[in-house]
Design a protein around this ligand. Sequence first.
Ligand code: HEC
Length: 204
Amino acid sequence: MFKHRKFHYGKFPGAAAVLIVTMQLFTAGCVASRTDSLEDAVNEQEKTPAAVSNSIPVSANHADESTSPIFGVSIPDGYRHWELISVSQDSGRNVLKGILGNELSTKAYQDKTIPFPDGSTLVKLTWKRESLSGFENVFVAGPSTMVEVMVKDSKKYAETGGWGFGRFIDGKPASEAQHKSCFECHSRDAKFKNYDFVFTHRAP
Ligand code: HEC
């Protein structure tokens, strides 16, 4: 699904140019149908005006629309098949969460290797918490609210404990301001610092 989105982004500047020409040449009805076919890209594109006019420079931190600002982290391919490390819930925000890890990270969990080796990747999925109809006290995962990623690269991300961070909402990276808060919170308590800035322990 993510690859699909990337494909749209890649095609977008060219498609936008075609759209402009189309707008000049054809009727409003024709334009509407072209717009529909580009709907995905247009809705998700923060920088549509820049892409069309080419006049506003794209920020260095947004070199690729699918990667996080500051860190350049993207949603890893195939993460949905990774091992479940644990679950959690935030009843204040009414969300449920699942934390998955790639093979390197789950091996590190198993062998109790801290710090995590380079290449370790953790993904946290957050869903709206919904009660299951007919069962007042049973809660299940509803719509996805965000996907968060931590990638270990001790050299590249030396300033942030060796972790690169990415938060994605509807597949789109969250703001730079949000990404400034990641390491701040993950490093604020010595207890977690000693666990390589990771909160989640492996559920039995
Ligand atoms: C205010 C504190 C806070 C901030 C800010 C924060 N996190 Fe976390 N993060 C947590 C907590 C607490 C957990 C433990 C799992 C849970 O219950 O959500 C966590 C867990 C994670 C995990 C699973 C691995 C782990 O450490 O347990 C990932 C991945 C993650 N966060 C990514 C991010 C990213 C990306 C950002 C910034 C966009 C971010 N976090 C910002 C508190 C924070």
